[in-house]
Design a protein around this ligand. Structure first.
Ligand SMILES: [Mn+2]
Length: 346
């Protein structure tokens, strides 16, 4: 399948797992002599402009990693009418894109593998199986990505083994290991500056494919990360005072110049394991929300889809313990009420 590629566009999710997936794919394709045209860090529900850009680019293949674009089947069909489409993802599936002509859809769930499988680890494993020599020194990038997607507990042995391989110390608090530190650096791109920041993190990582080089050349990300940390501390304090409590749900609206929804909800999710954490932010006329529930008692992917169902310009998706979505601001009140109704017996 990869042999048939002439030139490609690469689209990746803006979080750590997405950036690492993108870098793994890009490094592999460079090593087999393929050139990329367009690199874009995007969200799963991408815009019309992005669609046009991909359609018009001179590449013959569009590759999407860590993006659940199967929920956006019309756009994928449009792209597949002019070029080959490869999707490598791990999110819950809405459509099997292998049905679309010219489209190749890889997802562990399509192979009957229900185990939680962050995209960067999945892509690394797929490539490593066929081309072990080409990717053997990229294993650490898969570790960083899977930590970013909260997969550490499931892939502890792989992370331990890889730390050892590079003579790095292990710590049972994974965020105190080198790979946990790198996850924080890469995610600070998105947090500090959205898709543009994620792109910056991608560019730095793809140019620095060894641990030492990345460590040395990630000053920009280190600076962003420091600023982000201060802001996170401030927001956690505000959360304690201002959160809205309903039964076992904690609602909190963030007002910040950074994109803190995802990191704040993850921190609070692991702190309050038996609460459903709902963090939301106002972005233009849209409310973006982030859900976390670490004890697994509520299926958040299902919940997220149920609460936005039927609302205009809405989207939702994710995993059992972490999910999110967006709705128009005018509908947010109703979405909240629906959530309260669905969780009133929890
Ligand atoms: Mn992911």
């Amino acid at each position: 399948m990869f042999e048939g590629i002439g030139s490609y566009d690469l689209l990746f999710h803006i979080d750590t797992d997405g950036v690492c997936s993108g870098v793994l794919m890009n490094a592999f394709l460079e090593r087999i002599g393929k050139e990329g045209e367009l690199f874009l860090s995007i969200n799963p529900s991408f815009s019309k402009q992005t669609l046009e850009k991909i359609k018009k680019s001179s590449s013959d293949t569009a590759i999407f990693v860590d993006l659940s674009v199967d929920s956006n089947i019309e756009s994928i069909e449009e792209i597949a009418s002019v070029k080959k489409v490869i999707v490598m993802d791990h999110h819950i599936i809405t459509n099997n894109l292998n049905k679309v002509k010219n489209c190749y859809h890889f997802n562990p769930l399509l192979e009957g593998n229900e185990k939680y499988y962050p995209a960067s680890k999945y892509i690394f494993d797929v490539l490593n199986k066929e081309f072990p020599k080409l990717v053997e020194n990229l294993d650490w990038i898969a570790c960083v990505g899977l930590i970013g997607d909260s997969g550490f507990n499931i892939y502890k042995d792989f992370v331990k083994k890889t730390l050892k391989k590079y003579d790095l110390p292990y710590n049972k608090d994974v965020y105190l290991t080198k790979f946990g530190e790198f996850d924080k650096l890469i995610s600070s791109g998105r947090v500090y500056n959205g898709a543009k920041g994620a792109m910056k993190a991608f560019k730095i990582l793809r140019k620095n494919l060894t641990i030492n080089e990345f460590e040395k050349n990630s000053e920009v990300l280190k600076n962003w990360s420091k600023k982000v940390d201060l802001e996170i501390e401030k927001q956690i304090e505000l959360f304690k005072k201002e959160k809205e409590v309903f039964k076992n749900i904690f609602f909190y609206q963030i007002h910040s110049k950074f994109n803190l929804g995802s990191p704040i909800s993850s921190i609070l999710g692991s702190k309050y394991k038996h609460k459903t954490i709902v963090i939301y932010e106002n972005k233009g006329n849209i409310i973006k929300f982030h859900l976390r529930r670490t004890d697994g008692k509520v299926d958040l992917s299902k919940l997220a889809k149920e609460i936005v169902a039927g609302f205009q310009q809405s989207a939702a998706g994710g995993h059992v313990k972490a999910a999110g979505g967006h709705v128009l601001e005018k509908d947010w009140y109703l979405v909240k009420e629906r959530m309260k109704e669905l969780l009133k017996k929890d």
